[in-house]
Design a protein around this ligand. Sequence first.
Ligand code: SF4
Ligand code: SF4
Length: 700
Amino acid sequence: MLARIIIGLAITALCFAVAGRRFYWLSRLIRSGKPAPERRPSLARATEAEVVEVAGQRKLLRWTIPGVAHFFTMWGFTILLATIVEAYGALFSRDFHIPLIGTDNWLAFLEDFFATAVLLALVVFSIIRLVNAPARKERQSRFYGSHTGAAWLTLLLIGLVIVTLLLYRGAQIDTGHFPFMRSGWVGYAPAQASRGFAALASPWAFASKVVAGWLAPLGVGVNSVLEAVFVLANIAVIAGFLVFVSYSKHLHIFMAPVNVAFSRRPRALGGLDKTPDMDMEHVTEDTVFGAGKIEDFTWKQLLDLATCTECGRCQSVCPAWTTGKPLSPKLLVMGLRDTMFASADRLLTGAEGEVATLVPTTIDPDVLWSCTTCGSCVEQCPVDIEHVDAIIDMRRYEVLMESRFPSEAALLLRNMENQGDPWGLGAAKRTEWLAALDFEVPVVEGEIPDDLEYLYWVGCAGALDERGRAQVVSTARMLHRAGVAFGILGPRESCTGDPARRMGNEYLFQEMAKANIETLTAAKVRKVVASCPHCFNTIKNEYPALGGEFEVIHHAELLGHLVATGRLTPGVSFTGTVTYHDPCYLGRHNRVFDEPRSILSAVPGATTVEMRRHRERGFCCGAGGARMWMEESIGKRVNLERTEEALSTGADVISTACPFCMIMLDDAVKASGRGDDVAVLDVSQVVERSLEARSAGSVS
Ligand code: SF4
Ligand code: SF4
């Protein structure tokens, strides 16, 4: 007995010392990041995050089979903490049981049920890994680039934890030292030993009893040895697993609950996290904009890096990766994490010196500039890693500190700066689309009149691009038909600054945003209806940080409301099959999924059909993140990939609610040779077509 106590405690002390040292080192490394004062969650929000994301496994369960397997593994390890207490107790007394509850049948059942469930989950994980092995599927595998050897070792160690557990419990039964015996059990008796103890063990410990049956022929003497050996083996595997976890991607077992507690709730989408102080009066020679070195990230961003499980869910949904670009959000996080570990000495000592910038040393420029900021990675990541903010931080550094960015984007920035729109067409053209209307739309010059309920934010594409104009014309007509009173800013409207911000030019964004906020505030605007999801997102979620608080609604929301309340009733002139494409900044970033669909469902002649990737899983059109104005020379074009999916539904109308999506999808439909039989229409255009024949002045 003394030997088993000494061996068990020695193994434990050694492993806890090694793992404890590693965790202390990790905590110092993460705390070396820049402050993140906004990341102080309230207890209520942190509790909600733990309940929903960790206990409820919300995101993991979206992928049913691996989600259920992970659910049982996570809860298995939680429940089986009781068996660890029992194992350590058995070191000191063979008849140990947890006080008060340690002999109850429900505990016996829970322990055996979860031990069995974890074993089954391991089988499921193994099959998933074999089916999706990178060697078989290459880039299509979500495990491509992950440390697959470590993943298999993890499965093996978890399996050993369960196997040694069941073996020591089986041997305990065969020696009469099992905590869960039937009522009336009075303890070990030599007479009973000769008949066997298995029949006296609780039937609720069903798995342990099966193992006891296998070991029983070995006799009480051998089982006594096995009992001691497997208790020690169980303790050794658990303690060794702790060390392994602290050095591997399985760190997420401990990091994920912490990361989730400090995550942006309900999700890290919509507006960007940080609004840096761009006031040039506050700039010193030490000021750094964005993230150029690993030490420029906040501690929360470093925590993100340490939390990645390499599951590859983000990679499998990334429009850049799935169309052959070099950007994988998983590999980006892993690359930054490796850099963080490699830079640990510098981070911990604060040593100065020449340090290579993240781009191009760790992150290739083609990786950085391939991102459309669609948010699919953030949406799917089960441990709430915030890829988009990290990418924009690195773009900020590249643009503002190094003046490095794709050359074709220079024209975009110049046009925005000089003309107030990405195309450089100028303010005077912003009212040309009004000529297609047969009613007056007031152009607000001073303060917005009280009888105008909404300021219609037309957006650059809506005002200046031919296909965008067709959309805003239809929207204006439908609003007018429903009796909504609205005006526009006309030449006083300028780009919200979204493309500059997603490009990393935070300075230009803030200049444009402040000017727009000043205009809207001076005009005493209360309610804004925006046609472009990017404008909608920026005014709604990003202007408040710069002092602009407005009530903002997207035109699909407003039209949906008008249809639902009977103020706008679609007609019968339209017939066709319609599939709806979710714009990333309307759907995933702002959760407007139902309203556009409710509009289409209200059109009597429209048969709606969903694409495979829709709603939260909607696939980007390729225009976001200022990609609209950059060359796409690597891999397949994202808009082609999306349009092929839309065409495969058999729809004759691809509907959406974003001018950029319309342009990208329309280009791809034409490139596919289907321009004559498939139309790309905004939801407002579908409603308008249902109501009447197109008027002579129509733009589309
Ligand atoms: S935001 Fe979209 S494009 Fe960018 S890394 Fe994430 S999934 Fe890929
Ligand atoms: S970033 Fe998130 S989704 Fe992507 S591999 Fe890591 S844990 Fe999985």
